[in-house]
Write a protein that binds this ligand. Structure first.
Ligand SMILES: [Zn+2]
Length: 598
């Protein structure tokens, strides 16, 4: 299939997930590239374990050049169309666009017990019906963990007597509380809020919280057309990136309303779907944007969770849905937090799933616990990715863990902790082992060495203004002018992707001055579903054995490539990732906008 060439395309982006080409591998992902974006200011550029004082310095103007806040974005925007064109639509199940009531909620027209599109709102399905999408994340696997998360931010101001003391944009009450108690969280941001209150989003990142997307205008996503879904996700990704400098790889659908059509679009745009397995129903309390649920009932939900944990009724931890929607939800959370912390191990929702690098910008490495020192930043030191030592992997079916496998792409796994990236269907994804071949089981499996290319010659001489693989080394942090300078993506003048396994890369940060215009914003209240709470059910993972054939397609182009611009096809190139192409016939995988790869 041919894909339209686009200025915004970063064909190599999919490599960050290093999917293989086996039929059971996941659909490729890409990180949209945002044209003409100013560099984020006032934000940390890697996880900062220390207290960050943001309150005095953050610019409180809104972002400009975005759709109207809390309104459905236009579907005719060139930027949205460019993102749309990057999606492989053959990998998007053709679930119907769900009907919508006048209040925006979806109409229950269940697909029946077979639930062919894994519609969570209908059947609580969490395990996609297609092999090329990963399961949703919805719980904390470890008993005793409370995966802390808040939807609908950023921004919540005090409305009581403390209001006068607050900078209404840069000092959300919840964030002050979390900072004071040194508690980190995962935050699902609404794009409209980010564009309106970017200072609050910066504060969230600077305080050490993990950011994810929660759409632009908070619609029920299965009721949206494909292009509407892309628009909702695109503008939110962009607003978060412009405000904070990070491109998130996680999202939560409003009301949890997701099916395989929506999942696939979000996945291909770089985001894993994150749901929950316990709901405090805090969002339904009487307050702006809320409903009519008595606060006493919400108290009872919190109390019940604590009681059950104390009684040893839970076999796993939980991701418990909470909101920074209004003062009622924030006050409720602040009231219960000390009691929760006394019983549970409270950590961010991604952390309890061992997702510690939730952005395309890999300098952000969150600690495994609630807080603590961060691993060295990858831009100034050697790779944060542990390089295996000793003999090649001895991982075989039934032998799990970093000690036995090596955590790299293709190694077998039992759970997240066995992998450097994700454990998906019993196999680690993510980076390929740069040093040693990984033998995956069962024995019939083809063995492959998929080492990342190791640069040769002298250390990188790349400095500001010197571009290209010849001068830089193409690894994460090296400066770049365009895609061809990087092994992965060129983002904001710097390569992302793989970290140079052999030597430190020093980057030069360019200073950019930004002038922000104040935009006039319109706020409408969000309508929320007030029907019964859905609880995600535990689903048994498909017993997929690791019969995947390992392939050699994770190799990146090397200096020996003879393919040049205008020279296309297997005869001149070799069809492997990174080679230029005019159609998929020229590639071992897929031709996307003139470059082979996933
Ligand atoms: Zn929400």
């Amino acid at each position: 299939m041919l894909f339209t060439s686009s200025l915004f395309l970063i064909a190599g982006a999919a490599q960050a997930y290093a999917a293989t080409t086996t039929s059971s591998s996941f659909a490729p992902q890409f990180s949209p590239v945002f044209p003409n974006m100013k560099k984020a200011t006032g934000v940390v550029t890697s996880y900062n374990p220390n207290q960050y004082k943001a309150t005095d310095t953050l610019d409180t103007s809104g972002l400009s050049g975005y759709p109207n806040p809390w309104e459905a974005p236009s579907t005719t925007s060139a930027e949205v169309k460019a993102a749309y064109n990057l999606i492989n639509w053959s990998k998007v199940p053709k679930a119907p666009v769900r009907k919508q009531k006048s209040n925006g909620d979806w109409v229950s027209d269940s697909d029946g017990d077979s639930d062919p599109y894994c519609w969570w709102s209908s059947t609580n399905c969490l395990s996609p019906k297609v092999s090329y999408l990963p399961d949703d994340i919805y719980t904390c696997p470890k008993k005793g963990d409370w995966g802390l998360n808040y939807d609908d931010g950023p921004f919540n101001r005090y409305t009581d007597e403390n209001a006068k003391k607050e900078n209404p944009y840069a000092e959300p009450a919840l964030y002050n509380f979390l900072q004071k108690t040194e508690q980190k969280s995962t935050l699902f941001y609404i794009g409209s809020n980010v564009a309106t209150y970017p200072a609050a989003a910066k504060r969230g990142l600077n305080d050490g919280h993990q950011l994810c997307s929660h759409t632009w205008s908070h619609p029920v996503m299965t009721t949206q057309t494909n292009i509407q879904i892309v628009a909702e996700l695109y503008w939110t990704l962009k607003a978060i990136k412009e405000a904070t400098g990070v491109t998130v790889k996680c999202w939560r659908p409003p009301q949890g309303d997701v099916d395989d059509r929506v999942r696939s679009i979000a996945w291909q745009m770089g985001m894993r779907t994150i749901l929950w397995d316990e709901d405090t129903n805090d969002w339904a309390m009487p307050a702006p944007g809320g409903g009519d649920l008595a606060p006493k009932k919400v108290d009872a939900y919190f109390a019940g969770l604590i009681k059950n944990e104390k009684a040893g009724k839970y076999k796993t931890g939980h991701i418990v849905l909470e909101h920074e929607l209004n003062s009622a939800t924030v006050n409720m959370s602040m009231f219960w937090m000390p009691k929760i912390q006394a019983v549970f191990n409270v950590v961010p929702a991604l952390t309890c799933n061992n997702i510690l690098q939730p952005y395309w910008e890999e300098n952000f490495v969150y600690p495994a616990g609630n807080s603590g020192p961060s691993p060295p930043a990858s831009t100034t030191t050697a790779s944060p990715v542990p390089v295996p030592t000793g003999s090649p992997s001895t991982c075989t079916p039934g032998s799990f863990g970093l000690g036995q496998g090596d955590g790299y792409n293709g190694a077998c796994c039992n759970d997240q902790s066995d992998c450097l990236d994700d454990c998906l269907s019993g196999s680690c994804n993510g980076e390929a082992n740069p040093n040693t071949p990984v033998t995956t089981a069962p024995p019939a499996t083809v063995t492959t060495a998929s080492p990342a290319p190791v640069p040769t010659g002298s250390p990188s001489t790349c400095t500001a203004g010197s571009f290209g693989l010849g001068q830089g080394d193409g690894y994460n942090g090296a400066c770049c002018k365009d895609q061809s300078d990087c092994l992965d993506d060129c983002l904001s003048g710097s390569c992302n992707g793989l970290v140079n396994p052999n030597k430190p890369v020093i980057t030069t940060t360019k200073k950019t001055t930004t002038t922000k215009k104040t935009t006039t914003t319109k706020k409408t209240t969000t309508t929320k579903k007030t029907t019964t709470t859905k609880k995600a059910t535990t689903t048994t993972k498909k017993a997929t054995t690791t019969t995947k054939k390992a392939t050699t397609t994770t190799k990146k182009p090397t200096a020996t490539a003879s393919c040049i611009a205008g020279a296309r096809g297997k005869k001149k190139g070799n069809g492997k990732t990174g080679y230029c192409c005019s159609s998929s016939d020229d590639c071992l995988e897929t031709c996307r906008s003139g470059t082979c790869g996933l």
